[in-house]
Design a protein around this ligand. Structure first.
Ligand SMILES: [Zn+2]
Length: 142
């Protein structure tokens, strides 16, 4: 199938062993993050020990999938053919409601994407991996 060939051109994300539960949860359309039981902070990216207090008492929690745009950059020229096919697109850091930062694609009109705007996660299939993409949400909820 031609479409399958195209999908497999998506570069697959590099998987850190510590983050395997994150990728597994994404396959079921759940966004997760690590949480430290000792200092009660969100830990992201995934670690085997808390970068704040060195505790090993890290557990995985489900994110609400909501946050606000912390930074963003709109790409006008894609680095590879599959990305070039979807320009312009925007990527950036989302400040999640659980107080960690997630780098992802932000879907929407580049004119409307601005720092502080509320976003909510949705999921897209990229090759063999499901990935989180953020879409503009109702700002009044934040
Ligand atoms: Zn900690």
């Amino acid at each position: 199938m031609g479409e399958t060939t195209t999908l497999h051109d998506w570069p697959q994300p590099y998987r850190l062993l510590d983050a395997q539960p994150y990728w597994d949860a994404l396959s079921g359309e759940e966004l997760t993050f690590q949480h430290c039981a000792d200092c009660e902070q969100a830990v992201w990216p995934a670690h085997s020990r808390c970068p704040g207090c060195s505790s090993a008492a890290l557990s995985w929690k489900r994110s609400s999938g909501r946050g606000t745009i912390y930074s963003h950059s709109t790409i006008m020229r894609g680095p590879t053919p599959v990305w070039a096919a979807i320009v312009p697109y925007t990527v950036g850091f989302v400040h999640m409601a659980e107080d960690y930062f997630l780098f992802a694609q932000i879907d929407g009109d580049p004119e409307e994407i601005e720092i502080g705007r509320a976003v909510a996660v949705r999921y897209v299939q990229r090759g063999e991996q499901k990935l989180p993409v953020f879409a503009l949400a109702d700002g009044r909820e934040q």
